[in-house]
Design a binder for this molecule. Structure first.
Ligand SMILES: Cc1ncc(C[n+]2csc(CCOP(=O)(O)OP(=O)(O)O)c2C)c(N)n1
Length: 600
């Protein structure tokens, strides 16, 4: 039994030394239970929100959470929601997201969220309950091999077997999650070591070091110099910046360097906002649904500066086609294993992108050389010709609501300043193409795993982290139903998210691929028996709106955003068969773009 007198005792932050409240007199070390230690660790880490769902294996932890009010627990309706919410919280703030789930099904439900965070390198700590140590391996009730199941989709995971190891393990977890290339870390804690029968002296380490883990921050000076020389010699330069710029808080440094050089810049889906989208040097997103000018410039450049990006298949298309054109590639990334993983790189620089970009700018300022102005002028002339194709044009006079028009109106109504989360599908691509992100951490989507169901719970984390900010979740009628239960969480915590549902009655992206690649055989992509989303939202205690006329789009959005303290579900009945253009079909080269149905 725990008879530790809690109120008169406090801990000097991070010291592990205990004092009585009003004297400096040292008292004997007092032991805490494992559950108390976990909660103390979270407090020491300054955790503001813990997204979770209780169950048998974590009840001691929940009991401790009940006794304090520093760490606020957000009770979601499904563990996937907890992890996505922690993820959204993290993406919008740069802080580590934290989730807590019970053993067995709690963990398996959380796996999609963990894998989503892993693919997009999001710093996160997930605490999972486990059956008692003596029952592990016995097929105990709600037992699953959490370490085994999560191993391929975590940066690291731990099974804590002794109450004495809890504090140091949690410290390591937070350190690993946020340092180097960030990622989710799972800490699996068996129930018995959180119980009152297992105690240890609480000491939260100030720092930890982990053997053979020491992320490089500063790029190699010789390589940086070489990179700058290559950039200055370039006739057709291109800057390609990915999610690493956003995660590495390097937008300012990227913008300064690109402007000083006068080069064109593109962002990946994950990098949007890393360079301001309304800047004339921005050529749009690249890749499968990238702009004509971004993809053409990427293919035809002679020197490519890749920053915090990984040349993934949706970005460069068929690598054989990509390499038909010779170019010098400079690649900056914090993760050495990302460099030259998919392409041959000429000048690799391992380091923190923020630091390396700042070094490059500094060297450019200090040196006497400038980029080749005449060559740049010709290059921009070429890019402007590509731009003139106006690849994002669409039928603005349509009688039905065009999804692109909804996103453009959303941008206008929010002054381009909202946090936009999305699910996965056509709506995600339209949001990426038509909402011009001028700031990092405003565009929050599952780029790597492509997880339908991400948008709403992620928006909860964003809204909690940014009270008072405009937060919109752009979704489709397929995706929103994957975590729709979180409408209840939004009601409980009064989260005034605006849900922008681009309702085309189809799993639209699937339908698009079936039209293009499967001779219009629409196998199981039509969404029948959809709920009335307006009534559904109202049943959860929110405001519902249904918009089916193009002329009502902007007004509805304005009305919704005026309702500052209410969640509004805007169900836009959109053109059912609109497609996302441009499109590079899977396996095709980056410049083999379809610009519209006339190219089919
Ligand atoms: C969990 C999950 N299951 C399946 C898919 C495959 N998938 C990608 S896009 C898509 C259709 C999405 O439909 P909807 O949410 O209605 O959006 P739309 O494409 O119509 O905008 C599907 C099924 C996925 N990405 N995630």
């Amino acid at each position: 039994m725990n008879n530790f007198p809690r109120t008169p005792v406090r801990f000097a932050a991070g010291s592990g030394i205990q004092h009585t409240d009003n004297t400096n007199e040292k008292v004997e070390s007092v032991e805490l239970t494992g559950a108390e230690i976990v909660v103390r660790c979270l407090q020491e880490e300054g955790v503001e929100y813990l997204f979770g769902y209780p169950g048998g294996a974590v009840l001691y932890l929940y009991d401790e959470l009940f006794k304090q009010d520093k760490v606020k627990h957000i009770l979601v309706r499904h563990e996937q929601g907890a992890v996505h919410a922690a993820d959204g919280y993290s993406r919008s703030t740069q802080k580590t997201g934290v989730a807590l789930v019970t053993s067995g099904p709690g963990v398996t439900n959380a796996v999609t969220g963990i894998a989503t965070a892993y693919m997009d390198s999001i710093p996160m700590v997930v605490i999972t309950g486990q059956v008692p140590t003596f029952a592990i391996g016995e097929d105990a009730f709600q037992e699953c091999d959490t370490v085994g199941i999560t191993r391929p989709c975590v940066k690291h995971n731990f099974l804590v077997k002794d109450v004495k190891d809890i504090a140091v393990t949690i410290k390591k977890a937070f350190y690993l999650a946020a340092s180097g290339r960030p990622g989710p870390v799972v800490v699996d804690i068996p129930k018995d070591i959180t119980s009152p029968s297992h105690k240890a002296v609480f000491e939260y380490p100030k720092s930890v070091s982990i053997r053979s883990y020491d992320p490089v921050v500063k790029g190699h000076a010789g390589q940086t110099k070489k990179a700058l020389q290559a950039l200055l010699k370039a006739k057709r330069p291109m800057v390609y910046a990915g999610g690493g710029v956003v995660l590495g808080n390097a937008s300012e440094q990227l913008t300064a360097l690109v402007r000083a050089l006068g080069f064109p810049c593109t962002n990946t889906l994950m990098g949007l906002g890393g360079y301001p989208a309304t800047d004339p040097q921005f050529v749009g997103m690249l890749g499968m649904h990238g702009t004509y000018e971004a993809n053409m410039a990427m293919q035809h450049c002679d020197v490519l500066l890749a920053v915090g990006a990984r040349f993934d298949d949706r970005v460069i298309g068929n690598p054989k086609h990509f390499f038909q054109q010779p170019r010098t590639i400079i690649h900056i990334d914090i993760d050495p294993s990302s460099i030259a993983k998919r392409v041959k790189v000429d000048i690799p620089i391992v380091g923190d992108v923020r630091q390396v970009l700042a070094d490059l700018s500094e060297q450019l300022r200090a040196g006497r050389e400038a980029p080749d102005a005449a060559a740049l002028k010709d290059w921009w002339k070429q890019i402007d010709e590509w731009r003139a194709r106006d690849c994002l044009k669409y039928d603005r006079a349509s009688q039905s609501i065009k999804p692109q028009a909804v996103i453009e109106a959303l941008w206008k109504v929010t002054g381009g300043d909202a946090f936009i989360t999305s699910d996965v599908g056509q709506h995600q691509m339209w949001a990426a193409q038509y909402y011009k992100f001028d700031q990092p951490r405003r565009w929050i989507n599952s780029g790597g795993l492509g997880t339908m169901g991400f948008g709403l719970p992620a928006a909860m984390g964003v809204q909690l982290a940014n009270p008072g900010a405009d937060v919109a979740c752009v979704t489709g009628e397929g995706s929103i139903q994957m975590c729709i239960q979180e409408l209840s969480t939004c009601r409980q915590y009064r989260l005034p998210i605006k849900i922008v549902n681009l309702n085309n009655r189809y799993l639209g992206m699937v339908r698009q691929w079936q039209q293009i690649d499967y001779s219009s055989r629409y196998s199981e992509s039509y969404m029948d028996a959809l709920p009335d989303f307006m009534q559904l939202a109202e049943a959860y205690g929110h405001v519902g709106m249904r918009i089916d006329k193009p002329g009502d789009v902007e007004g509805a959005l304005r009305e919704a955003f005026k309702l500052k303290d209410r969640l509004v579900f805007l169900d836009f009945i959109t053109d059912q068969t609109e497609n996302v253009w441009p499109m590079v079909k899977a396996g095709k080269g980056l410049t083999e773009m379809l610009l519209g149905s006339e190219d089919l």
